[in-house]
Design a protein around this ligand. Structure first.
Ligand code: ZN
Length: 104
């Protein structure tokens, strides 16, 4: 299956493997606000550094990000409170998504 991720800044399309994963984007929380679409990762073009989105953000992807944020909250006490607020908002968002049906 061909899966491309589009950068919202330079609008280039990348393969999933090329995009810098979220856990390697250190200032992620300053760059996405609660309620925004969860990005897939960062644009691999060093001159760009925009956030990349899959065409459709699935609920599964949101749950993946929740797991990641919880791990991060354990590691970085300073950001823990902000992370918890963020996780709460994401959980509410994913709950309201339940009627779309399960994937796998
Ligand atoms: Zn880009």
């Amino acid at each position: 299956m061909k899966l491309t991720i589009q950068c919202q800044l330079c609008e280039k399309e990348w393969r999933e493997k090329q995009v810098i994963p979220l856990e390697n984007v250190p200032d992620l929380l300053q760059r996405i606000a609660p309620g925004e679409v969860v990005p897939f990762g960062e644009c691999p073009d060093p001159k760009c550094g925009g956030l990349c989105h899959q065409e459709h953000t699935s609920r599964l992807q949101v749950e993946e990000l929740l797991r990641f944020l919880r791990r991060l909250a354990v590691d970085r006490e300073i950001e823990a409170r902000a992370l918890r607020t963020y996780v709460d908002l994401l959980e509410k968002a994913s709950e309201s998504d339940h009627c779309e049906g399960e994937l796998g």
